[in-house]
Design a protein around this ligand. Structure first.
Ligand SMILES: [Fe+2]
Length: 337
């Protein structure tokens, strides 16, 4: 029996579907440098298998939600850019998977803000090496991706650029930079009234006829001290998600896979009486919840589970499927947990 057939069946992609492959927390690290404290770096076998699966998975684009490398390090960022890596350089602020001509949309994670000397992490707000070797462009960022008569507005936010001296003690907490919060407030106004973001025309009609995706490293559903996002950042994000409206958040950070709905209203979230959540013309609330696609640590070494998500959109709906790395098959297979 041909073993390829059942596998291809598992990854079946209908003609009307646009598929995003969502990976996260790859923690790339050069083996020559030795293991840094606090992360094991990536497993080269699993890393290779991610890109070898492209012909079976047939993604139209890749979402990569941060902690690309274990620390800001030029050797680590050369791994995806090496002849064996998936990326080829472009002058735009997105990169492409070599040979498949599919775009890669990414954000930095907290680890992409650290430099590591010997075994000690130092936080660097500016993430210079990430910008230089992995991806150019400032954050927050908007990219538009069009395929099969669908428009995807992909908002990319850096959730690690605003941490304070206290946050530094936790190494991994999330906080939006106050400059970025100002920009997001302006984008919310554009979402209501129309305007341009980086030269891209945005109106309430365009947003309502598109799929809107947010890529961010930290996420909203977890409140653990060492991993949560600050309250002020969280409320700004929830307002942004409600008003755009965002349909899917692609995130990571916790190294645990999760696909769920996140309600935007309730204690510590939004109050329905506040009228800034309503569209000006027809008073219609844009959204009450958002779908979370949290990928685990896709190829970190020694993880018990390595996961990625497939997000399949058609014109009316979308679904999220988690794939789990199988050591024996050396590939990602549907999660039966
Ligand atoms: Fe992280």
């Amino acid at each position: 029996m041909n073993s390829e057939k059942p596998r291809n069946k598992i990854f079946d992609k209908p003609n009307d579907v646009v598929r995003f492959m969502h990976i996260s927390d790859t923690h790339l690290w050069s083996e020559k440098r030795g293991q840094p404290f606090g992360t094991a770096g990536h497993d080269p076998v699993i890393w290779k298998s991610i890109w070898e699966m492209l012909p079976a998975l047939k993604p139209d684009a890749v979402l990569w939600s941060g902690d690309i490398a274990a620390g800001q390090d030029w050797k680590a960022y050369q791994i995806p850019n090496s002849p064996q890596g998936p990326l080829k350089p472009t002058i735009a602020d997105i990169r492409y998977v070599k040979d498949y001509h599919i775009p890669v949309y990414s954000v930095p994670g907290n680890h992409d803000h650290y430099v590591i000397f010997w075994k000690i992490f130092f936080y660097v707000r500016t993430k210079i090496l990430f910008q230089k070797f992995f991806q150019s462009g400032n954050y927050p960022r908007l990219n538009v991706f069009k395929k099969k008569d669908m428009q995807f507005n992909i908002f990319r936010i850096d959730s690690s650029s605003g941490i304070t001296a206290f946050d530094k003690m936790t190494l991994s907490a999330g906080c939006l930079h106050k400059r970025d919060i100002k920009i997001l407030k302006n984008w919310r106004r554009i979402a209501r009234e129309g305007g341009e973001i980086y030269g891209i025309k945005i109106t309430p009609e365009i947003l309502s006829q598109s799929w809107n995706i947010l890529i961010i490293h930290h996420e909203l559903t977890d409140d653990r001290f060492y991993s949560d996002i600050s309250e002020s950042s969280k409320i700004e994000l929830i307002k942004f998600i409600a008003q755009i409206p965002i349909h899917v958040i692609a995130c990571g950070h916790l190294h645990e896979q999760n696909v769920s709905y996140y309600p935007l209203f309730g204690p510590g979230r939004l109050d329905k009486k506040r009228n800034w959540l309503y569209m000006k013309n027809n008073n219609r609330l844009r959204t009450e919840h958002v779908r979370i696609s949290r990928a685990g640590s896709t190829c970190e070494r020694f993880e018990e589970t390595n996961t990625m998500n497939l997000i399949d959109f058609n014109k009316t709906t979308f679904s999220i499927k988690t794939l789990l790395y199988d050591k024996i098959e050396n590939s990602f297979l549907p999660n039966k947990m």
